[in-house]
Design a protein around this ligand. Structure first.
Ligand SMILES: [Zn+2]
Ligand SMILES: [Zn+2]
Length: 260
């Protein structure tokens, strides 16, 4: 089952992601490879390899975005939850570790959490990521990690290409001042963009691997830590939401966002 979440923040992040990827491709091909390697066989090699990595980024992104993160099926018929809704403290009915979500009214397995943005309960939900406009859960975490790895490789590759193009002597490079200036500006923007995305995905990747090794989702880490959350963890837990929810840098608001 595929899912498409109509979240303005998520759609904006997807748009930004593809703008950034296509801009990187433009700069690498037009201002790095075509300018500095035009007479070399390295030019077609790097064009093909760089665009292959871009294809892998797009492919893994689409898979993470469109695949089902592990949504718990909605009930066929509405059940009467009036007694739960009227309860003041308890929001869940406990029954052999399975619980009933009072928001989407599904009977859900242990470790499933409700996402307010997807409006569904997700099995082993890690967090909702606007960059893939989807939840990261039991079934799409592998695609999300593939996406992070591919973005990391693309960022690293772009930086390496820019550095080598400036370090190596380039007798065929245009000496025209406007061309040179354009090349400098585009290369600076690309290095800044790649560094930002590179650090960003490495930080999230570190957290994802740590969560898998400890068999503990980000939500569970936040719940376990209660008030004693380290600043590193708070920033890491929020890094996916920075573009849209930067005002809510607190442990409590994180839990609220996830509606645990
Ligand atoms: Zn729910
Ligand atoms: Zn979600």
């Amino acid at each position: 089952m595929s899912m498409f979440v109509r979240d303005p923040c998520g759609l904006m992040c997807i748009f930004l992601t593809y703008i950034a990827v296509f801009y990187a491709d433009y700069v690498v091909v037009r201002w790095v490879i075509m300018q500095t390697m035009q007479d070399s066989l390295w030019a077609p090699f790097h064009v093909v390899l760089f665009n292959t990595v871009i294809f892998l980024v797009s492919f893994s992104h689409l898979r993470a975005m469109c695949s089902d993160p592990g949504a718990v099926p909605l009930p066929q018929s509405r059940m009467d939850f009036s007694d739960i809704h009227s309860g003041s403290d308890t929001t869940l009915i406990q029954h052999e570790d399975w619980t009933v979500c009072t928001r989407c009214e599904t009977y859900r397995p242990p470790r499933a959490h409700h996402c307010r943005i997807c409006k569904r309960c997700i099995r082993r939900m890690d967090h909702h990521c606007p960059w893939i406009n989807n939840c990261v859960g039991e079934r799409n975490q592998k695609y999300f990690i593939q996406f992070l790895v591919c973005v990391g490789i693309l960022s690293f590759y772009a930086i390496i290409l820019v550095i080598t193009s400036w370090v190596k002597a380039c007798p065929t490079c245009s000496s025209e001042i406007t061309v040179r200036q354009s090349r400098i500006v585009h290369c600076i923007i690309l290095v800044m963009e790649s560094s930002l995305f590179g650090i960003f995905v490495l930080a999230i990747l570190y957290d994802q691997i740590e969560a898998i090794l400890n068999d503990e989702t980000t939500i569970e880490q936040l719940q376990a830590a209660k008030g004693s959350m380290s600043i590193h963890k708070i920033i890491m837990s929020q890094i996916c939401r920075l573009p849209c929810y930067s005002g809510s840098l607190s442990h409590r608001s994180t839990l609220n966002t996830h509606s645990v």
